[in-house]
Design a protein around this ligand. Structure first.
Ligand code: NAD
Length: 492
């Protein structure tokens, strides 16, 4: 194991400066592909919370007073800077969360697009107000104003993406920002903050790393934090709601899911099978909020569809593990030890509940082919498919957040809708059919923030990405980062 002095050290970014946690404490970051530490991150305390909120509050008046087009210029510069720094950031993120590099080429494009989109949105905010006739000589109008200090709380699975989508639109609207990355994946966000602080005025974006259980409540409950946007689990959303109660503030929650991917007998079967596989058994090992973790299949084609999925996923040519920076590897590890243990426990739960194991189920070094001692302590889980008729099982109701899916047969459209909606979550869904009328009916009947027909996880800045039910509320768009003020002037 590396001694602490050999590990790369990352620091908080507060008021434009790189600073260690005030108590000098750090925590090791573990590479999930090897199970070994590779860097250290600050373990901040409430003293650091005070400093970071002070910095963001101090920067707010000047930043919000800038003409929107000047703020947009800064945001464009950040987008441009990703050409130089994108690859480095994506490499850090891969060491944080184990996602193999390929999707990050895409993410690089996505991140840039968000900064440019937010730059375009900045001047539009000022044009969003309305005017109202209030009777003779009275003129009413509304203004869109920033909240002040916005706190972005990030998950470990897609830190750079969550950082970008929160910071870019909050800044465009004139807010200043504090980012609290996950303690399991903070390095990339800390370096991202450093890059941003070389472009932005001091204090406009700050990054503070520490345990959610230690500094989360204090940040959320702080009087000078005016809005919180959190991406993470519904359990943490509950804690944040409680912590924000004494000083009520506006909240955005982007939470988990148990999303159905529904294949009807009239679907293009090969297209559907590809879509289902890409919906969960991908390079991020199913660690994505929109994972299509329940595969609902029309009974007449059930065996055929499941057979094709099994054939693809059990071919060693299609599923390769190892160095996450090697793009020929196609399946990443689970991102951290607690999550690895959780995913492994669901393999056991599925078996104990009586679900039939169709393929997969192995974990750790036994997954590697050929065995490689460098990666044998990594948090590997083989893509796994269970089958059941009972959507009430724990593996059908609870978010696993790993490469474990469950296949459920259905007899008709009505039953498909009933099973699809029989969940506390409502984030995403996929429907595979060539019948346009059925497609339209399904988009109406499914209780989820996203319904994708004959495609999956098709997202973009021009469409909202939010949840229904216990998958959260609000979305990271520029208007969400403004509040509306009603003004009336009496000219009489
Ligand atoms: P998590 O809820 O464990 O942690 C999220 C963040 O909250 C971390 O930064 C953590 O430090 C912080 N936190 C913990 N306790 C806190 C407290 N008391 N107060 C304030 N902050 C606190 O989630 P995770 O395990 O990092 O991420 C996985 C979850 O995120 C999954 O449920 C997944 O579905 C969800 N997710 C949702 C989306 C989406 O857009 N809907 C995207 C990605 C991930």
């Amino acid at each position: 194991m590396k001694a602490a002095k050999d590990l790369r050290q990352f620091h908080n970014i507060i008021d434009g400066k790189l600073v260690p946690a005030s108590a000098g404490e750090t925590m090791d970051s573990i590479d999930p592909a090897t199970g070994k530490p590779w860097s250290t991150i600050p373990l901040s305390t409430t003293n650091d919370v005070d400093s970071v909120v002070k910095a963001a509050s101090k920067a707010f008046p000047a930043w919000s007073a800038l003409p929107a087009r000047s703020r947009a210029d800064y945001l464009r510069q950040i987008g441009d800077a990703l050409s130089e720094h994108g690859e480095e950031l994506l490499t850090l993120e891969t060491r944080n969360n184990g996602w193999t590099l390929d999707p990050y080429q895409y993410l690089n494009i996505v991140l840039k697009q968000i900064w440019y989109d937010a730059a375009g949105a900045a001047p539009i905010v000022g044009a969003q107000g309305k005017t109202v006739q209030m009777g003779t000589g009275n003129f009413g109008y509304t203004r869109r104003e920033p909240y002040g200090v916005v706190l972005g709380i990030l998950p470990w699975n897609a830190g750079l993406f969550s950082f970008t989508i929160k910071a870019a639109y909050a800044l465009a609207a004139g807010n200043t920002v504090i980012i609290k990355p996950s303690e399991h994946a903070a390095s990339a966000s800390l370096r991202y903050g450093e890059i941003l602080s070389e472009i932005l005025p001091p204090g406009v974006v700050n990054v503070i790393s520490g345990l959610g259980s230690e500094i989360g409540d204090v940040l959320v409950g702080h009087k000078q934090v005016n809005k919180v946007s959190m991406t993470g689990s519904k359990q943490t959303a509950e804690m944040i709601t409680r912590a924000s109660a004494p000083v009520p503030k506006s909240l955005i929650f982007e939470l988990g899911g148990k999303s159905p991917n529904i294949i009807f007998e009239d679907a293009d079967i090969n297209q559907a099978v590809n879509g289902v596989i890409n919906g969960i058994f991908t390079r991020n090992a199913g660690q994505i909020c929109a994972a299509g973790s329940r595969i609902l299949v029309h009974r007449p084609i059930f065996d055929r569809v499941i057979g094709k999925i099994k054939e693809h996923m059990t071919d060693p040519e299609n599923v390769k593990y190892g160095d996450t920076l090697d793009t020929t590897n196609t399946m990443g590890p689970i991102a951290n030890l607690p999550q690895y243990r959780k995913v492994c426990s669901y393999l056991q739960i599925g078996k104990e509940e009586g679900a039939e194991l169709i393929f997969g189920g192995r974990t750790g070094g036994e997954v590697l082919l050929p065995d490689d001692p460098h990666y044998s302590d990594g948090y590997w889980v083989e893509p796994t498919l269970f089958k059941t008729d009972n959507n009430k099982l724990q593996i059908c109701q609870e978010e696993v957040f790993g490469p474990i899916a469950v296949a459920i047969p259905f007899d008709d459209e009505e039953e498909a809708v009933r099973i699809a909606n029989d969940t506390d979550y409502g984030l995403a869904s996929g429907v595979w059919t060539q019948d346009l009328k059925r497609a339209q009916r399904m988009t109406e009947k499914i209780e989820a923030g996203n319904v994708w027909v004959n495609t999956y996880a098709m997202v973009g800045p021009d469409l909202p990405f939010g949840g229904f039910k216990e998958s959260g509320y609000g979305t990271d768009t520029v208007l969400e980062y403004t509040r509306e003020k009603a003004c009336v002037i009496n000219f009489n």
